[in-house]
Design a protein around this ligand. Structure first.
Ligand code: KG4
Ligand code: ZN
Length: 343
């Protein structure tokens, strides 16, 4: 096993954030590697997509093309390194929007062909999965991981650092998608999730929304019915304060997510629970999960807010974990963006 620390340059362009980060990694056999973030740069496209009320894939790809070189140069500059100091390149291969993914993947391939630096392709969901573990904290197994983003909602069982089994996932909308759709119903600005959660803090509803699939025997989720319940409630009670709708919706979504996560943790005798993905930026979800973990003697791992939503640090972290497992780089010419890559 390598002794000297290595440096990984990670790139993320799966949706609407152009991000690059440099990570220093020291391998510790099969254990979680020691990590140090040397730089992390994110250029968000929020303003660009706000006008349209959502991400337009071609617009996102054009913005990635414009931003990827300056963002990468800044990440190297902030880390006080040159490309020749980088040992591995890591890039999000999928899942995500294909026009966006292609920009990052083709950029890295060109960089690898020009410099000879090997490439580790990374599954974006593995990035989220490992994002709570930045070197300050290391995972405790067995672990049940709840990943909640704009495109995915899944519960994953990890018996060790390199084994992951999907226990369940959404059968329709992802949790983040439901937050965004409810925001649209309420005519809140894009991006909707953070707006719903901000308004919910002032809500005091005297009504409740249903908790879809909370008692189902499996670990799947459904959020489309919850969104429809909000739609019909709004139609029938148009004068209801938006804050009350947001709070009732958030309570229902968080309740389902936490109840099923805890049930899985108990069934699989987990020592820890982790939460990641964009929706893990949600204050109530973070607080409620921490409380429930404390009550049940479970270690709780949640990424810092800036690592909840899409970023390149998590892509470099996942690449480091893959290298610690013995994964070999893929020849640059063979790497292809895959919008439907699964765990
Ligand atoms: O992981 P992410 O940045 O991108 C995907 O991989 O999808 O997640 C974005 C999602 C969006 O749906 C956004 O509305 C949601 O995360 N989100 C939130 C909050 N912050 C971001 N949802 C609820 N509360 C928040 N505070
Ligand atoms: Zn994501």
């Amino acid at each position: 096993m390598r002794k000297k620390p290595i440096k990984i340059l990670g790139i993320e362009t799966s949706c609407d954030e152009t991000a690059a980060a440099v990570l220093e990694v020291e391998f510790k056999g099969k254990n979680f590697p020691a990590l140090k973030t040397l730089s992390a740069v994110i250029r968000s496209q929020i303003k660009l997509h706000a006008k349209m009320g959502g991400v337009v894939p071609e617009t996102a790809a054009r913005a990635h093309v414009k931003n990827i070189l300056p963002v990468t140069e800044k990440a190297l500059r902030d880390a006080k390194l040159n490309l020749k100091d980088i040992n591995y390149l890591a890039v999000t291969q999928g899942p995500g929007l294909i026009p966006s993914l292609i920009v990052g993947v083709e950029f890295i391939k060109a960089m690898s062909l020009a410099t000879g630096i090997p490439v580790i392709p990374v599954n974006h969901m593995l990035g989220h999965l490992y994002s709570p573990f930045t070197g300050e904290t290391i995972p405790k197994f067995p672990m049940v991981a709840l990943i909640v983003s704009g495109g995915h909602t899944m519960l994953v069982l990890m018996k060790n650092l390199h084994s992951y089994k999907v226990l369940g996932q959404t059968v329709d909308d992802a949790a983040g998608e439901a937050f965004d759709k409810v925001a649209k119903l309420l005519k809140l600005p894009y991006p909707g999730g953070p707006e719903v959660s901000k308004l919910a803090e002032q809500g005091q509803p005297d009504f409740e929304f249903p908790r879809p699939m909370i008692n189902s025997k499996d670990y799947n989720f459904s959020f489309s019915g919850l969104k429809t319940a909000v739609l019909y409630f709004l139609r029938d009670h148009p004068q209801t304060p938006k804050a009350d709708i947001c709070k009732a919706f958030e309570d229902a979504a968080v309740d389902v997510l936490i109840t099923k996560t805890l049930r899985a943790a108990k069934q699989y005798k987990a020592k820890s629970v982790s939460l990641s993905g964009g929706v893990s930026a949600n204050k109530k979800l973070r607080q409620d999960l921490q409380n429930i973990c404390k009550q049940n003697n479970l270690a709780c791992f949640i990424p810092e807010r800036h690592l909840s939503t899409d970023n390149a640090e998590m892509i470099a972290i996942a690449a480091a974990v893959q290298l610690s497992r013995g994964n070999k780089p893929i020849p640059a010419g063979k790497i292809k963006a895959n919008p439907n890559l699964s765990l």
